[in-house]
Design a protein around this ligand. Structure first.
Ligand code: ZN
Length: 300
């Protein structure tokens, strides 16, 4: 490793032959001395003053001949001048690199701008999607509210129907404002056999009602029973209403509990206005109406 200041020049005999091609790479050796750096700075300044920036464009030979021939520089100074040229070239190269970097920066800026524009479009689309989602959710909520309201209305209607059905009597007594004058199986001179029903005495014309819902299966005169209406109920039980003054239903009519079927009268074998009420399970033999009515929640 040389320690002398001029050692680098001593290592390059080629630099001492004017006009000989120089390998610029050799001048970028790390072994360049401090003195040569000083010379380089001075020569670079001189070269810049004498030839301006055109020095950068000079060929290696031109610089060499100019350095050693025209300016009368020593070989070491000529070498330094070449180094200056190389330095300029390096600077130029670095400038080119800066331009490349600058171009890269411009491209990056453009890419960034495009990315930002894309992001803005995506954000706009996202906002639109969000609006649509919100609108859809609102519509769904409205639909749900509507359905809930309909369900509530339906439930209320059902509850009202149930309440009405509960309020409507399932069974009623055959007439009103009455008093019982004869009970079931009671013996008496008016009957060929023991009494087959329950007598509800009431003023003439008082409405007589079907005790339960059912179908009218008779509405006619029936001997000693006078005007008689029979109603068959859902369970097959038949109820009979006799001695009436009028018919308010016809065979085949559907009646509800409480529907008027006739009126208190004295038709048939009777000593006073009343309705002779019978209960015939399955349309067969009559049973005592009182416990049957009580079983259905009524106390005549
Ligand atoms: Zn009777």
């Amino acid at each position: 490793m040389p320690t002398h200041q001029d050692a680098p020049d001593a290592d390059r005999p080629a630099s001492r032959r004017p006009g000989a091609p120089r390998r610029v790479a050799k001048h970028r050796s790390s072994r360049r001395s401090f003195t040569r750096r000083t010379q380089l700075i001075g020569l670079t300044a001189a070269l810049a003053a004498a030839a301006g920036t055109t020095a950068v464009g000079l060929t290696s030979d031109a610089v060499g001949s100019q350095a050693s021939g025209t300016t009368g520089l020593s070989p070491s100074q000529a070498g330094a001048l070449s180094s200056a040229r190389v330095e300029r070239r390096d600077l130029g190269s670095r400038d080119a690199s800066r331009i490349d970097l600058s171009l890269t920066s411009t491209k990056q800026a453009q890419a960034t701008k495009l990315a930002q524009q894309r992001a803005a479009r995506l954000a706009a689309n996202a906002t639109l999607t969000q609006r649509r989602a919100l609108a859809l959710a609102a519509a769904k909520a409205a639909s749900a509210r509507k359905a809930a309201a309909q369900a509530r209305a339906l439930a209320a209607a059902k509850a009202a129907a149930i309440a009405k059905a509960a309020a409507a009597p399932k069974i009623v007594l055959p007439t009103t404002g009455y008093h019982l004058t004869a009970r079931f199986n009671q013996a008496g001179g008016r009957w060929a056999h023991n009494h087959t029903g329950l007598d509800f005495a009431a003023p003439m014309g008082t409405p007589v009602r079907s005790v339960m819902a059912g179908e009218v299966i008779q509405a006619d005169f029936e001997g000693a029973y006078g005007r008689q209406v029979k109603v068959r109920h859902a369970d097959g039980t038949v109820t009979s209403y006799s001695h009436m003054s009028e018919f308010d239903v016809s065979v085949g009519d559907h009646v509800e509990a409480g529907s008027q079927v006739g009126a208190i009268g004295m038709t048939g074998n009777t000593t006073g206005p009343h309705v002779h009420f019978e209960v015939l399970p399955g349309g067969g033999a009559p049973i005592d109406p009182e416990p049957w009515l009580r079983e259905h929640g009524l106390n005549p």
